[in-house]
Design a protein around this ligand. Structure first.
Ligand code: ADP
Ligand code: MG
Length: 143
């Protein structure tokens, strides 16, 4: 199943994230792929709001994972941009998060493709400058 959303403001992108999180269930893994500045953090902020987390989301670029326990479900936000080797994921307890009862969202998941679970929900955000500077295409695919 593939769904496509087109947005023209950060608020609309947050809204797509919020709705997806509202429907999320324990153990689901979401991957988030897109270039720098495309809106991954904006999307994640909306996603957290959809889990009733009212904290600001910061990208865990140096810590790899940030946990939020105040929402409807535990939320594990990963940013794997800086990992050198997938073995570093073992060291932070990756399997416990991914096969646990919370919801994982993994930015730059394409860098750890070989250790992704069998099923996950892949979110891709892309620009298209022909459609305007603030246009984003968000593709959601169940893998
Ligand atoms: P990333 O985390 O992918 O590097 P950010 O979410 O930090 O990107 O930044 C996205 C930037 O693009 C923000 O400054 C945001 O205001 C801007 N922006 C403009 N239009 C949109 C849109 N339609 N959706 C999301 N962000 C947008
Ligand atoms: Mg970011």
């Amino acid at each position: 199943m593939i769904e496509v959303f087109e947005t023209n403001t950060p608020e609309e992108t947050e809204e797509v994230g919020r709705k997806l999180a509202e429907e999320s269930t324990p153990g689901q893994v979401f991957t988030l792929i897109g270039d720098l500045g495309v809106g991954k953090t904006v999307f994640t902020q909306g996603f957290a709001t959809g889990l009733n987390i009212d904290e600001a989301i910061c990208s865990p670029t140096f810590t790899i994972v940030q946990e939020y326990d105040t929402g409807r479900l535990p939320f594990y936000h990963f940013d794997v941009y800086r990992i050198g080797d997938v073995e570093e994921m073992d060291e932070i307890g990756y399997e416990d998060y991914v096969y646990g009862d919370g919801v994982c969202l993994i930015e730059w998941a394409n860098l750890i493709q070989e250790i992704l679970p069998e099923h996950y929900i892949q979110i891709t955000i892309e620009k298209n400058l022909e459609k305007g500077f603030d246009y984003r295409k968000i593709t959601i695919e169940h893998i």
